[in-house]
Design a protein around this ligand. Sequence first.
Ligand code: PG9
Length: 634
Amino acid sequence: LVLPAFAGAPDKAKYPAFPSETPADFKPVTTWFDYDKRDVMIPMRDGVKLHTVILVPKGAKNAGILFTRTPYDADDMTSAVESGHLAVAVSHDDDASDVLVEDGYIRVVQDIRGKYGSEGDYVMNRPLHGPLNPTPVDDSTDAYDTIDWLVHHVPESNGRVAILGISYDGFEPLMAIVHPHPALKAAVPMNPMVDGWMGDDWFHHGAFRQQNLQYIYEQTASRKNRYKWANNHADDYQFFLEGVSAGAVAKRYGMEQLGFWNKVAAHPAYDAFWSEQAVDKILGREPVSVPTMLVASLWDQEDIYGAFAVYKAMAPHDDAHRLFLVAGPWFHGQEVGDGSSLGAVRFGSDTGLYFRQHVLRPFLAHYLKDRPGLPAPVNAFVTGENRWETGNGWPTSAQGTLDLRPQPDHSLQVGGEAQAAGSVAYVSDPQHPVPYRPRPVGPMSGKGWQHWLTSDQREASTRPDVATFTSPVLTEAVRISGAPRVHLVASTSGTDADWVVKLIDVYPDQVAAQPEMGGYQLGISMDIFRGRYREGFTQAKALAANATLPYDFSLPNANHVFLPGHRIMVQVQSSWFPLYDRNPQTFVPNIFFAQPSDYVTAEQHVITGQGGTVIALPLGKADADAASAGAGAP
Ligand code: PG9
């Protein structure tokens, strides 16, 4: 059948109507399953209306409200699908909803200003009104105005609201507790974005997390994320190597049209743009007025810094004992799913379910329903021994420090006095950077991304450009609780350098209970430091070539027991690619715009022994019974 070539619109008389199968005004059924769904536009104080989805359980009376503000599409997050941002509907098909469904809360999810169904202008992690935000509105005022509207327009509510969420959605509860609405009775910032430069999503100690270019592109190019990133490589390692610098890749994608990218590119150092919006600094200036449960993941591949930083800042002002901290053996946001294992590491129980039922649920019920009982101020999982512990502060049981000293023979001295000085050298070649996870390196999504912090470090330890130091087999448990402190003493033949320091638990060659863990090298606390900030984060300075210099920085918080039979390992390298952009190892004003010729090979020397590198471990109390019983065998 050959259709005639049309010249203009078809002759209606000649062709029968063929009505669209999509009606012009579809009316969704909003009363089904076990809740009513309401779609409202809530006016803020400046007149901008925010799209808000309200899910009211059938027959709800005098119910508390669980509120989430999100930049990730409230409609999508309340469509009864499994969601990692705890924006689940009151549905039974998401394991995070056990807390919601069993206690009959009203669930409210709102598109933040400027995203998806909401009006207004989008600004990434919109700074509070002030030098960084001249407008009279911010995420704090929007939360306030929304809560006020909810308690006056949702008759089934008891006038009490808790705000909770993960990641960016975890940043929103922190904003809400700055000048909080009186109806806000609890906040649960989970894996929150707190300081994008120091240790959360955008940089770690100044090294840029360039795989986030995709996120910045999709999140800020349009209101509804309609423009999708695409690249012609299955392996981001190759893609970013060919891309040379993050700035060159961004330029290729037209990202100079995007306000947030231009701000990032203009502020590579920790200047006021970053430090003035660091949420831990903001909240550290206020008393704790709203009961707040900070939730941290010990292997958080996205925001490993924020929750602990806010806890550290707020704890001194918590005279009314309203501050809580949970630290679980999770990747980013895993606490709302199955917490029985992470990658190859098993925890002996579903730590996510335990958290939701025995920590989160009583916390919410106490403040929203006056249910008696509260969890302990600190609930922390002890990895290695695979047990939960409670405490009144973090770290839970400080017992001094234990110094690890790399030795010239690649051994690692545990405790004791410094021995003969020496050094271990390696060559850092920017054309062959060290992969941060097994290749092909996928994007920042899926299991490869979620699990990478627990991936086996054996590949790295066999590379000539990774300096590896290993202790003797431990005869006693070594328990750490807190942030290891690095005092790296090193030299480089270049005039800039990145230093990656990794604290690793080396499993026995054979693990009967889980054979695949034999010899496994599990990262416990690892991070990168961009050498140009050695003298201070606010200003980059060239390094003196071949000079022996100290670099002092903290690694992420850990809560781990190195069991007897295990060994402790430290690895030092000068790239962690392609998650972090390469350091050209020549000092340039702004690494975002380094040229191909700037990338040079450098000879690195890690100074060991007397006057050399030391990693100070924050000791905690080992549970001798658990350790001797090999509780954490696999
Ligand atoms: N913290 C997550 C993220 C933010 C920005 C870039 C990439 C990831 C999140 O909100 O999911």
